[in-house]
Design a protein around this ligand. Structure first.
Ligand code: GAR
Length: 217
C-alpha cells in the first residue's frame, strides 16, 4: 500500500451496479488498499446508485441528457464532482457513456474499466451474442486501463469461461459476470497498491499473488 494510506476511489456506473457491489464488498477488508469515496452515474435512475446509497456511500448523478450534444460540458461537470470528492483512482463499472479524449487525458493512467469479453476480441456492444455467433469456445472479461480508443488499453486482468452447448447470450453473460465480480477486485487491489506498471500496451504486476488467476476456466 502507498504510504499506508488507502487510495481514494470513485466508481462510475450506468445501471444495476453489480460490479460496483463486488468492489464495495472487497473494499470492506481492513487491508484493502483502496476506499470507495463516491459513486456517480450519468443516469439518475441507475439502480446501482440506490444500492450504493443504502450501503452508506456518497452518490451523485450528472445526467448526460441535460447536456444535449455537448459531451465536454457533461464531462467537465462529471470531472468536477470527482475532484470535489478528491478521487484519485476512477473505476468504470458498467459506465456506458463514451468518453472524449479530454476526459481520458484528465484521468490517464488512473482510470480502469471492465469489459465483458476477452479483449482485444469483441470490443463494443453485444459481446455475448457475438461470441456465440463467432463460435468461440472460450469467452470472458477484461479489466484494462482506459485510453482514448474505446475498449483498448493496457490489460490488468482477464478471466475466462467456457462457452457451452446450448448457451444463450443471457446464460453466457451470467457466467462471465461471475468472473467479472472476481477479477475486478483483484485488479483494483493491484492498481491501488501501486504494484501495477504500464509499459506500452503491457502491464507488469509486482509480486502478484494472483498470477494464476489471470486465466480462470
Ligand atoms: C458488466 O457486464 C460490464 O462488463 C459491462 O456492463 C455490465 C454492467 O453490469 N460493461 C460494458 O459493457 C462496458 N463496455 P453491472 O452494472 O451489474 O456491473
Amino acid at each position: 500500500m502507498n504510504n499506508g494510506a488507502k487510495r481514494r476511489v470513485g466508481i462510475l456506473i450506468s445501471g444495476r451496479g453489480s460490479n460496483m457491489l463486488s468492489l464495495i464488498e472487497a473494499a470492506k477488508a481492513p487491508d484493502f488498499p483502496a476506499q470507495i469515496v463516491a459513486v456517480g452515474s450519468n443516469k439518475p435512475e441507475a439502480k446501482g446508485l440506490e444500492t450504493a446509497s443504502k450501503e452508506g456511500f456518497a452518490t451523485f448523478a450528472v445526467d448526460h441528457k441535460l447536456y444535449g450534444k455537448d459531451r465536454e460540458a457533461f464531462e467537465r461537470d462529471l470531472d468536477a464532482k470527482l475532484r470535489e470528492n478528491n478521487v484519485e483512482l476512477l473505476v468504470l463499472a458498467g459506465f456506458l457513456r463514451l468518453l472524449t479524449p479530454w476526459f481520458v487525458h484528465q484521468w490517464q493512467g488512473r482510470m480502469i474499466n471492465i469489459h465483458p469479453a476477452l479483449l482485444p476480441s469483441f470490443t463494443g456492444l453485444h459481446t455475448h451474442e457475438r461470441a456465440l455467433t463467432e463460435g468461440v469456445r472460450i469467452h470472458g472479461a477484461t479489466v484494462h486501463f482506459v485510453t482514448a480508443e474505446m475498449d483498448v488499453g493496457p490489460i490488468i486482468a482477464q478471466g475466462a469461461v467456457p462457452v457451452l452447448d446450448g448457451d444463450t447470450p443471457d446464460a453466457l453473460a451470467a457466467r462471465v459476470l461471475e468472473v467479472e465480480h472476481r477479477i475486478y477486485p483483484i485488479a483494483l487491489e493491484a492498481v491501488a497498491s501501486g504494484k501495477v506498471h504500464i509499459s506500452g500496451l503491457r502491464v507488469k504486476i509486482d509480486n502478484s499473488e494472483h498470477e494464476g488467476d489471470s486465466l480462470i476456466a
